[in-house]
Write a new protein. Structure first.
Length: 258
């Protein structure tokens, strides 16, 4: 078995929402597989800290950072201009940036729910479209969208969040079919509860935590590195015949029955 099928040496990966949590874990995973990374997030200080942390582990890799808001179209265009300045095209695009405000459906303001759509869905659509000319400079490239179990079944994340993630999964399927002839594979992952800063508050409630664990067959919360491993696999040459798929990283949550 050729080892290069399990490596990303010489490839360039653009990762959004990369300053912490799942995004940072994805950056570390792809760097470990040999890729160079372009990291994007809104918080410049967190992003710089993430770069310093990664450089200690991967001093021989290129780790460039850009503070930008993927919800802003001018920033999205600037991200791709910046990426083009760093290399001859892109090999990998990881649409990981996302956000949420959890409320009852009738309690959202229009600005709130539209903002969730802009960050979670429209950014991935537009970045993928803008990246297409860079991705197609190579014989094969890949996009991985970080979705959610919220886009597959009802959970307590709020309707707009679930809507955006369901649409992101459908975007994955559509682009996979449309761009297969261009040599661009498009897949997604769907995490359940993962131990990050964003989930720390709800999971700090003992009763809520017990409910989550009771619905998770593996009886534990997932780790960012476990999502990153699935993303890394989908980026590899070893996954070259996989496109349009969604891998749930959920400890069995979606298969739970009674």
């Amino acid at each position: 078995m050729a080892t290069h099928r399990w490596r990303l040496d010489g490839q360039i990966a653009l990762i959004t929402g990369a300053s912490a949590g799942i995004g940072l874990a994805i950056a570390r995973e792809l760097l470990g597989l040999g890729a160079d990374t372009l990291l994007v997030a809104r918080d410049a200080d967190l992003l710089d800290a993430a770069r310093e942390e990664l450089m200690e582990e991967f001093s021989d890799r290129t780790i460039a950072v850009l503070a930008a808001d993927v919800a802003d179209d001018e920033d999205r265009r600037a991200i791709l201009d910046w990426a083009e300045d760093h290399a001859d095209g892109l090999n990998l695009l990881i649409n990981n940036a996302g956000g949420n405000v959890t409320r009852a459906a009738i309690e959202y303001s229009e600005d709130e729910w539209r903002g969730i759509f802009e960050t979670n869905l429209f950014s991935a659509f537009e970045l993928s479209r803008y990246a297409h000319p860079l991705l197609t400079r190579h014989a094969s490239s890949a996009i991985v969208n970080v979705g959610s179990v919220s886009g597959i079944t009802a959970v307590r994340s709020g309707a707009p969040y679930g809507m955006t993630k369901a649409a992101l999964h459908q975007l994955t399927r559509n682009l996979a079919v449309e761009w297969a002839e261009d040599g661009v594979r498009v897949n997604s992952v769907a995490p359940w509860y993962i131990r990050t800063r964003r989930t720390s508050a709800p999971l700090a409630d003992p009763d809520y935590y017990d409910e989550v664990i009771a619905r998770t067959p593996m009886r534990r919360i997932g780790e960012p590195e476990e999502v990153a491993a699935a993303v890394g696999f989908l980026c590899l040459p070893a996954a070259s015949y996989i496109t349009g798929e969604c891998i749930a990283v959920d400890g069995g949550f979606l298969r739970y029955g009674f």
